[in-house]
Design a protein around this ligand. Structure first.
Ligand SMILES: [Zn+2]
Length: 469
């Protein structure tokens, strides 16, 4: 299948290779355990099981989970959770050591952003795992300079964003990072909601009852509250720019709600990247972003709205062009529509961090500092995993993570303590699951300042023959 004429370069093969390798590593776990369950009464079970695990999963299993299976049934649930955690640990280590999704010219991204009039790009997608690839795949952005913080229904925490805004402006004042405070650029906050074009009433956003308009409206109101918060809290014309994007989780095509010259957006008016894809299918190759900018100007004139500032127009065109590449990707490798349009996440990621998760339908995010604070997001995640795992007797794997800034004295110890507090609170909230062996945890911390790999610091399944990595 040929490329769309406005899609430049070919990242798709590389992105697909990575997606497949990781997805298959997780997908292979159940088949291995099914095989082990069939072999458990055979005399050479342990040796056979280890050989099979090594050959198919690439690692051995903890010996104590394989012992005594002639007396007691193999504890498939524990093994399952252990394998999910080990697969994630390996994927995470590879991500930080080998940088499989690194973008060439990521440094020039800051320059581009500033030319568009922005010094920070802060994106809050819905916590739904079907949007976890929004940065690196759907919008083709470099993941390092973009801030991502997910919330159920894209209903991000306004105070947390305000804090980030203050921190950003402070760094500009004191250190001139990423640019000087007097440069005429602004903080750009993006909220990303989602819907399903195939089954809009069932596979949309769980936090908004699969009501697409409500999801868009909810995210837009949060954006407006954040801007109002900045304007009311800081004088001297302090303000931010906003952008609202919707993703069709079946095809990855975006809806971009273009702001007008005053920065106002309309939930019912958007550029549909899928329509753009078809409308420009025969466009001449050449300056793709200029072609899309013309399209956007025509859209404004047809919708009777003012054209946004040139920088916003340029950024919107770039995001739409990037999404055309992702539409090509889904057409080429997934027949234009994902087979797994519903939830297929493998684990819940809870706490602060998870930069390494840039893939679709792998992780349900619950970003939180305390379980009480994020209880609603966590409940949505547990509900999703009731359908995916518990219904079949499989446990819910929860990776608890706390990223810390290693240059701050004592930060690592506090991150570790945070992980343990989160684990205790999680186990208390869902004690019925824990008692039935249906909830397992892995605790990890990471020095994000040093760009280091994540380290395992605990969990419910650490076995005696296993060291903490
Ligand atoms: Zn959602």
């Amino acid at each position: 299948m040929g490329h769309h004429p406005l899609v430049r370069g070919d990242e798709n093969a590389r992105l697909y290779q990575y997606e497949q390798a990781v997805k298959q590593a997780f997908a292979g776990i159940e088949a291995v355990l099914r095989q082990l369950a069939a072999w458990q009464h055979e005399s050479d079970f342990v040796g056979r099981a280890q050989g099979h695990a090594r050959a198919t999963l690439g690692f051995e299993l903890p010996a104590e989970l394989l012992q005594d299976t002639w007396i007691q049934a193999l504890d498939t649930g524990r093994l399952y959770a252990w394998c999910v955690f080990e697969t994630f640990r390996r994927m995470s280590a590879e991500f930080f050591e080998q940088r499989p999704l690194a973008v060439e010219g990521a440094a020039s991204f800051h320059a581009f952003l500033q030319q568009c009039g922005f010094h920070t790009l802060d994106i809050s997608p819905c916590a739904d795992g079907r949007l976890a690839h929004v940065i690196r795949y759907v919008l083709r952005l470099p993941h390092e300079p973009v801030r991502r913080k997910s919330y159920a229904g894209a209903l991000f925490d306004v105070e947390d964003s305000l804090e980030k805004w203050v921190e950003t402006e402070m760094l500009r004042q004191r250190e001139g990072r990423p640019n000087a405070a007097d440069a005429p650029t602004r903080y750009l906050k993006v909220a990303v909601y989602h819907h399903s074009s195939t089954r809009p009433d069932q596979e949309g956003c769980a936090a908004h009852g699969s009501d697409t308009r409500r999801a868009a409206q909810g995210a837009l109101e949060r954006l407006q509250a954040f801007r109002q918060g900045v304007e009311n809290s800081f004088c001297c014309g302090a303000s931010i720019d906003l952008l609202l994007i919707g993703v069709d989780t079946d095809t990855d095509a975006i809806r971009l709600h273009l702001p007008d010259a005053d920065g106002a957006m309309d939930v019912d008016d958007y550029i549909d990247a899928n329509e753009l894809y078809h409308a420009t299918a025969n466009a001449a190759m050449g300056d793709a972003e200029a072609t899309v900018q013309d399209h956007l100007r025509r859209h404004c004139s047809a919708a009777n709205m003012t054209v946004p500032a040139p920088g916003m127009l340029r950024l919107a065109a770039r995001l739409l062009c990037a999404n055309l590449a992702q539409i090509d990707y889904v057409r080429r490798y997934h027949g234009g529509r994902y087979a797994d349009i519903g939830h297929q996440e493998r684990f819940i990621g809870m706490g602060i961090g998870f930069e390494e998760v840039q893939l679709r339908n792998l992780t349900y995010f619950a970003y939180l500092r305390t379980v009480e604070e994020g209880a609603q997001d966590l409940d949505v995640g547990i509900k999703i995993f009731n359908g995916l795992n518990v219904r079949r007797g499989l446990p819910i794997p929860v990776v608890i993570r706390y990223d810390y800034h290693g240059q701050v004295p004592g930060a690592r110890a506090r991150a570790e303590a945070r992980c343990q507090q989160l684990e205790a609170a999680l186990q208390q909230r869902y004690h019925a699951y824990v008692e039935q062996g249906l909830l397992h945890t892995l605790l990890m911390v990471r020095d994000c300042h040093a760009g280091a790999s994540a380290e395992v610091v605990g969990g419910s399944l650490l076995c005696s023959d296993q060291e903490v990595h």
